[in-house]
Write a protein that binds this ligand. Sequence first.
Ligand code: SF4
Length: 724
Amino acid sequence: MARDPKYDILFEPIQIGPKTMKNRFYQVPHCNGAGSLRPGTQAAFRAMKAEGGWGAVCTEACSIDPEIDTTPNTLATLWDNGDVINMRHMCDSLHAFGCLAGVEMWYGGGESANLDTRDIPRSSAEWTSDYARSAYSHVCDEDDIHEIQQMYVEAGKRAVQAGFDIAYVMGSHTTIAMHFLSPLTNKRTDGYGGSLENRARFWLETLEMVKTAIGDECAVAVRLAVDQILGADGIQAHEEGIQFVELATNEGLVDLWDINICDFLEWGEDAGPSRFYKANHQAPFTKHIRAAAKAPVLNVGRFTNPDDMVDIINSGQVDIIGAARPSVADPFLPNKIDEGRVDDIRECIGCNICIARWERGAPLICTQNPVANEEYRRGWHPEKFEQAKDSGSVLVAGAGPAGLECARVLGLRGYDVHLCEADGEIGGHVRDVMRLPGLSEWGRVVSYRQTQLDKLKNVEIHTNSPMTADSVLTYGADKVVICTGFTWNADGMSHVTMAPIPGVDASTAQFATPDQVMAGKEIGDRVIVVDGDGYFTGVSLAELLADQGKQVSIVTHLPSVGQMTEYTLEAPNLHRMMHEKGIVQYTSTWLEEVVPDNLVKAKVFNLYRDGYERTTEPVAGELPRKAGTEFEILEADTIIVVTGRSANDGLFRELKERKGEWQAEGIEAVYAAGDCYAPRFMADAIFDGHRIAREFETKNPRRPLPMLRERMIWGHDITPSLGT
Ligand code: SF4
C-alpha cells in the first residue's frame, strides 16, 4: 500500500550541519547493553532500525576516555583505535541503508564509579554520588577542565575515523557539561561558576573546540535536559534552560538540539513509564525551544502514532521525531508508515523492562519485540520468518502473551495453527493487568497480536474452548504447544518461607488473589496487600483499592515496596503515589499466620528480629541465633495475597504422562511455553513463545539453539575477521 499523503512531512529530508538526514525519524541515543564490547550485537541491533527506515540512529552514551566507565553496566567507548574499529562496523552497517550514525560523547563526571578502570573521575564540585553508589570525584581546576575538553576533541576525531555523522557533546541527565551548567552541582567561584554565562562556559568552550576540530565532517549535537525537574534548585525550561540554548545559538555552536528533561537519579521523568506518562509528556518543558534554536530540534515522547508525529512537527514543537523505546519495540516503524501499514506498528507499551534489564547490568530486552538484541547472536529478523519446510498443523492451547506470540510466529512460518483459549476473550492475564491503574497501554501486547493474527488466513482462534488432555489428544494436530499461563497462589505460598501462610485461604470470603480482585470479588474497607512478588501487581492493586476509598496497607518481605520497579524507573513516583494516597507500608516484614475472625488478624514480624550474632554452639533443630519473638497484629477486612505464582502445568504434565497415546492420535510432540513452563516476566514469556516457534523443527525446541557469543578466545583469532 502507498503512504497516506498526510504523513509526507515525516519523510522530508532535513539538513543537520554538514549532513542530510533522509527523513524525520531519529533514534536518539539509548543503551542496549552491547557497547563497544559486543560490536556484532551493537551493529546488528542498530542496523535493524536503519533497515526499518530510521533516518539517523545513535549509540548509547559513549565514554570518551577510560577516566569514565559504568561497569557493571555496559556503554559504548571511544577510547582507542580498537573502539574505532568496532564502532566503524556499526557506522558501516547503518550507512548501508542510507542512515546517519550518531555517537553520544559522554563524560559522566562525579556520577561515574569507574569500577573497572579505577580511574578517578573529575567533576564540577565535590559530592557523593547516590547513582554511582558512594563514588567520589576530584574537583576540576582549570588545567583539569582543559584536559577534559581535549578528551572530547580527541574522541570526536576518533568518532570521525569510525564514520560517525553526528557527534554529541551530551548534557542531559548526569554529565559533566550539565554538572557545570546546573546551579545544583556548580558551587564554583572561578570563571566557570556563579552566573549562567560562567556556568555555561565549560560546555560552550567544549562545543567550540569540538566544532573546530570535526565540524566540517560531522554534525555537532547537544542533548540538553532543558529542565531538571528540580524547581529552582536546578535548570528550569523557561529560565536558564532556554537561555543556554540562546547562548549556544548566538555562538553558532550547535547543529542539532536533542531536548529532553530531568536528571539521572530520576531519569524515569525522561523515559517515562506509561503508568505515569503518556505520549509527548515532555512538551510543556520542551515545546518553546525550537523558537530559540536556529538548528533543528527534536524531542522524545514515546511517539508511536504517526498522527501525533505530524501534529508535533506542524505545531512547531520539533523538526524531527526523536524516539528510543518506540524504535526498540518496532525497528520498522518508519517503513510501516511509509508503506501504509500503520496498523502493523508494534507499539511500545511503556513498561520499561528494556531499561530494567540494562539497569541490572544485562543487555536490553523488549516486551513487545522479542527480537530486540537477538539480531546478531540468534540471527533473527523482526519482519522475516523462515518458512517451515514441512508445515503441519499445530494446536496452541492458551491465548495469553506466550500463546499469542507462538501462534503468530508459527502462522507467519506457514503452519496451520489452531489457537484455543478457555476464556471468551484472548489475552490471558494481560486483560487484568491492563485494567490496573495507569497500565492500559500494556493492552497493546494483546491488540497488536490480535491484529496480526486476524491477517493470517492459516491461523484460527477459538475462544471459549478449554482444553483437556482428551480433547488435545483427539484434536487432530501434529504438534501441540501448551501455553496455559499461571495462577496466583491462594494459600500465601511464596519463596519467602517456602510454605503457605497459615490461615490464608482465598477460597473464603476474607482473602482474595489478584485474579479474584479483578474478577470482582467483594473486598472490605480495610485491606492488607501481602506482596511477596515485588514487582507491579501488589502496588498496583494497593493503588486500585485506595482509589476505591479503602484503607490500604501493603506488607512486603523486601526492603522497599515493589523493589523491581526501581529498575523500571517507576519506583520514585510509585512511592510518591503511596505517600499521597495514604497506603501504609510495612517493609522487611512477613506474616507468621493469619487468624480469620470478624476481622482477619495478621500476625506480622520483622524479618530481622533474630539476633545479629550467631550462636557459637549449634543445637540440633534450633536456629543458630537468638530467635526473635516480637510481632505485631494488623487487622483488616480482607487480605489480598500477591505472594507466589504457580505454573498452570497440569494439562502439560498429564499429556506427558499419556505420551504412549500420542502416536496413535498422530501427535508428534507436545511442548510447554511461557508461564505454564515457569512463571516469569511478560517479556520473557513472550520471548519463550516466539523462540519455540522460531526453532520449532529442532529435536527439542525447549532447548534453545546455540547463540553466537562475542568473546575473546584465548590463542585464537577473533571471528569474523575484518573484511569477511
Ligand atoms: Fe517499550 Fe516495554 Fe519494549 Fe521498553 S520493553 S521498548 S518500554 S515495550
